[in-house]
Design a protein around this ligand. Sequence first.
Ligand code: ADP
Ligand code: MG
Length: 737
Amino acid sequence: MADETTRLKGLIGGQAAGKLAEHRDLHTVGDLLRYWPTRYRTHESDLSRLRPGEYAVVVADVSRATTRPMQRRRGRMLTCTITDGQREIDLTFFSAYGHEGKLVPGVRGIFAGEVTQYRGQLQLAHPGYTLIEPGLDDATRGLIPIYRHVPKVHNWTIAECTRLVLDHLDHVTDALPAQIRAQRSLVDRTSALRHLHVPRTFADVEAARHRMRYEEALVLQCVLGQRRVAQAAERTVPRPQQERGLLEAFDQRLPFELTEGQVEVGEVLAAEMARPTPMHRLLQGEVGSGKTVVALRAMLAAVDSGGQSALLAPTEVLAAQHHRSITAMLGDLAEGGMLGGSEIGTRVTLLTGSLSTAARRKALLEIVSGEAGIVIGTHALIQDGVDFHDLALVVVDEQHRFGVEQRDALRSKGAQPPHVLVMTATPIPRTVAMTVYGDMETSTLTQVPRGRQPVETFVVPEDKPAWVERTWTRLAEEVAAGRQAYVVCPRIGEEGEVLETEMFDEVVGEADDDSGASNGAAADTAADHPGPDRPLASVLETVAQLRAHPALADLRIDILHGRMPAEEKEAVMTRFAAGEIDVLVATTVIEVGVDVPNASVMVIKDADRFGVSQLHQLRGRVGRGQHAGVCLLMSASQTDSARERLTAVAGTNDGFALSRLDLGQRREGDILGARQHGGHSQLEFLSLLRDEEIIIEAREDATALIATDPTLAAWPELAAAVAQRVDSEQAAYLEKG
Ligand code: ADP
Ligand code: MG
């Protein structure tokens, strides 16, 4: 008898065991059982879906078989035609020997091999095959599970090994408590494994998948539930709002009125920071909804109560901009301790990786002495050697660039855990908020400040030269009217550069899924996105082209990208903010948070190379002042999906809808921040988009379990699964570095 830790070697054929270990890292019974079929076949396959180059497994009937002598060699070759009832394709065997007796018209088999093209026709050359017993009807034969191909191991060999292993299995640990299984009508794990590997019907498969999804959701929610319990037990210094402090003085000099939402969220933050338990709050709000002011007010309240605040930004450009704009907004309130500064004022200190040694030493001193009430920085803030006098509040801007671990690292800088506010501009669907951010409470800013103009977006196909020309004249017109422009490119254009941003990789769905893919199915099918024939547009080439363009002759054009020295970046941004640069040609360094209200037009080159949410973020850089914004998405891509994405972005300013679309097009493991390939930290069955109901139910169950039994002591198998998930998340984080 076997359990999930039993080695495969000795249990199944040695050759298969060897290949499974070598190519797919499958060593134990548990490993093999977790090698889920990606899809299933009934008796028929759709031969019209075969594509050259793919490894295909088809179930079909032999309709004809002929042998003929070979022309240049001895022996006879066999050509055999198989059909799915609609289409036919040929199988060729260069030696008929051993096959011609078996592959006769009328037999049915499973055929597996690489699809090749011969004289314009698809064929399988030398496929492996196994014949299916005649006379069995579909109901008794069941479904055929199709596994991700393992080199030199046929699909049916994997199926047979799995069946064998299942027959030997006596104990299967089941992370789902029996009471929850009963309540939610879920099959036990043993049945689920059988249903997945040896299914009779699609209903079986669905029941099993549903159960597996539930299990993943429950484990995930237990992880988050435990984290919430741990957080609730933490103690920190309450930071109640003070009268006649910085915050009041700041509010009095605000040049605009706060929106209702900003006021409301402000009150929530104030109430939470006044408590002795650290705040863990996520603030989401559309691009331009004014999150920074909300955060700044909380930071000022923290300073009023005697602590320090840190603002963690994802890039140097953004950190520098925050430093500049916050210092400007505070005016003399930011000159604390200086001659002529306000008495209640504080110091705003910038700490990034590119400071000179002297500047860094000065910044560190201001931070450790407490002189700096507000510290703004990049992940340089997280490093050792950065010590705070009394860290009260951590604000993380644009969360999607930071992981939980980085958040925690900064939290550990406080003598007691500080309050945490995470801001994100990408609206987060509810299910993602409940999973990825499930250990935080959420606030949302839904309004944008009054008088804000929406951004109009157009797609400019590059095969229409007149449109392209019109784009540049439009840009020139905006500048003539006193505005400024961004031109965004996916590359810098230096030799040996590494792309600054993770380009959008299209995930091609499984072409041949009979029953709705599990997530595993998509894992292996990421294909290179068919882009334009030329290299992607770069900042350096584009700036040269624009400077040479007659319509743009007199414009002040400059560049910004991540490889420029920090002071240069800072200088360019300062000049652009001051209106001394008309057109800024940049990479996505400007993607998040850059705020120059006079910028009204943005051209994005090779726009199809960016994700939908990323495009939405980018265009959020224009239309921030009283001028309407225009965004022009240039693209040379002809693929339907690229067109669809760009049209979607052009069609709506609803970041929420776009982030759902984005989510649907990315591998969900990436969204969870997990490893790209394999690894148990990925969700294998659960889909954050599709399985909303499951996630809600699992959250209820997890919350109830943890409320009565925080360590899950009564459910050791669940506790083990939860611990394993935590481990693999940490491992994935370490691996990412
Ligand atoms: P985001 O939410 O994208 O981070 P910001 O905080 O950068 O948005 O705000 C965008 C712009 O709107 C900034 O220039 C900010 O000063 C301005 N702003 C913020 N709140 C208001 C308001 N209530 N009324 C008018 N302008 C505002
Ligand atoms: Mg912002």
